[in-house]
Structures are given as structure tokens and as C-alpha cells.
Design a protein around this ligand. Structure first.
Ligand code: SF4
Ligand code: SF4
Length: 95
């Protein structure tokens, strides 16, 4: 590509995402009702890997050491928690 070539087309969705619009396609936004993830506590062995690895500190331990959704609005659907859970006890409600 030379300097005179036009820029490649940018989709409207990508432009919105670049601006940080909440309605951008593909960007997860907590709606206040459906939790971002499901935690199957009967499968959970309270290893706390999900709590330690969550980059947004969404999860906090309950009295048994099992994760609770303390800050669901901070979840970015990064997938770290459900990909690292050794007991497959976490799933996403959006992916
Ligand atoms: S998907 Fe990412 S941000 Fe959301 S709870 Fe799991 S590790 Fe935290
Ligand atoms: S990583 Fe899985 S088993 Fe460990 S505390 Fe989290 S949900 Fe429970």
C-alpha cells in the first residue's frame, strides 16, 4: 500500500467501539439483571483460582471460600475465570 492509497474501510461497529459507545456490537455491558457468569457452586471446590485471576476483581469469596459475584458490573467477559476453573464450574451467560 502506498501513501496515496485511501484508508481501508472501517465498519460503523468498529468506529463505535473505538469511541467506547456502550451499544457497540460485541462489547459486553451488564444490564443489571442477567449476571455475566454462572457459578455452579456444587461443582466448586473453593480453590479461589477464579477470584485470584479475575483482572477486574469481580469475584469475592463467601464464608466457605466459594466465589460470589460481588461486582458484576465490572465484568468484561474476558473468559479468564471460566477458562481457568479446574472444575468447569463457571460459564458465561453471554458467550
Ligand atoms: S469473565 Fe473476566 S472479568 Fe468477568 S468475572 Fe471472569 S475473570 Fe472476571
Ligand atoms: S476456579 Fe472454579 S473451583 Fe475454583 S473457586 Fe473458582 S469456581 Fe470454584
Amino acid at each position: 500500500m502506498t501513501e496515496t492509497d485511501p484508508k481501508p474501510p472501517v465498519s460503523e461497529g468498529n468506529e463505535k467501539a473505538a469511541r467506547g459507545d456502550k451499544a457497540s456490537p460485541g462489547k459486553y455491558v451488564y444490564d443489571g439483571r442477567t449476571p455475566p457468569i454462572n457459578i455452579f457452586l456444587h461443582w466448586c471446590k473453593a480453590c479461589n483460582i477464579c477470584i485470584a485471576f479475575c483482572p477486574k476483581k469481580v469475584l469475592e469469596p463467601d464464608r466457605e471460600g466459594k466465589p460470589t459475584l460481588a461486582h458484576p458490573e465490572k465484568c468484561t467477559q474476558c473468559a479468564i475465570c471460566w477458562l481457568h476453573c479446574p472444575d468447569f464450574a463457571i460459564t458465561s451467560n453471554y458467550k
